[in-house]
Structures are given as C-alpha cells and as structure tokens.
Write a protein that binds this ligand. Structure first.
Ligand code: 4NP
Length: 157
C-alpha cells in the first residue's frame, strides 16, 4: 500500500487548514503512520504568508511550531497528487467540486464527516472572531485528525 497523502483546504490557508495539517502530522507521528500532508486555501489572498498569529499561538500551546508554514492556493494538480482532500467547511467543499478537473482522482470530503455525530458540519472560521475561537478550531481538527489516522491505519492492516 502506498503512503497515504492528505490535503486540508479552507478559505485562506492561514487559520483552519494549517491547524488541520499540524494536528494530522502530530497524530500520524504519534501513531507511527507514514503519510504525506499539506494544506491550501481556495482563495489567493494569503499566498506566501505564515499562519495567522493566533493559529501559530494555539499550535504552540500544544507544542507544535507552524511558523514555517506558508499559504498557498489549491491547484488542479492537487486533485492528482493527493489521495484525499478534506474541506474545512461546506463552502470550501463546493468550491473544490467546482474547480476539480474532470480526471481528478482525489476523494473529496468534509473534514468533520470523520467525526461520528458531526457529519455534514463545518469547522467554524475563527478569523473574524476572538482567540478562543482558535481553541475550538484546534479541538475540532484534532478529533478529526485522530479519527483519520485511525482509519488510514485500519486500511494498512
Ligand atoms: P481560514 O480563515 O480560511 O481558516 O484560513 C480565513 C483567513 C483569511 C480570510 C478568511 C478566512 N480572509 O478573508 O482573508
């Protein structure tokens, strides 16, 4: 079985999807799962920017430095490069379906579909809110990432 590859996509790629990437990397490392991970935004405003300071802070509070991450916009080739693409909210999922190339092979899903009881729900965008919103984001993406790692490990049995 080839190494699983996962892309997390939100709007700006400076708040939610970098945290999802960081949480997934951490959960995969803890479980000794070898996997490729990246994140991207549907929008182009933050290409080349580091994550939002509040996102960096919440990751650091959990022992993870994401200061070297840089924003990028999702591209057509991502639909070939990654096996799974997870959207952080429903609007991101709709945008991904719209830009997906006809021959794209990646499986698209909503991130919270990985969490029983929370299927179909969004990871709320914390950008325009206060710092506590980033704790909610961290908690959401961590549960989803842990469940994703478990699923990918089951597949390797
Ligand atoms: P993200 O949050 O999609 O979780 O990275 C946002 C960041 C920036 C903007 C919107 C959402 N923005 O409009 O610049």
């Amino acid at each position: 079985m080839s190494k699983p590859s996962v892309l997390f996509v939100c709007l700006g790629n400076i708040c939610r999807s970098p945290l999802a990437e960081a949480a997934f990397r951490e959960q995969a490392a803890l479980a000794r799962l070898a996997a490729e991970a990246d994140s991207a935004g549907t929008g182009d405003w933050h290409i080349g920017s580091p994550p939002d300071r509040r996102a960096q802070a919440v990751a650091l509070r959990h022992g993870i430095d994401i200061s070297t991450y840089r924003g990028r916009q999702v591209q057509a080739e991502d639909f070939h490069r990654f096996e799974h693409i997870f959207a952080l909210d429903g609007e991101n999922l709709r945008d991904l379906r719209r830009i997906r190339p006809a021959d794209g092979t990646a499986h698209l899903a909503l991130l919270m579909d990985l969490v029983p009881g929370r299927e179909g729900t969004n990871v709320t965008d914390p950008y325009f809110g206060d710092a506590e919103g980033f704790d909610v984001t961290w908690s959401d993406v961590t549960i989803a990432a842990a469940n994703l790692v478990e699923k990918l490990l089951e597949r390797q049995d």
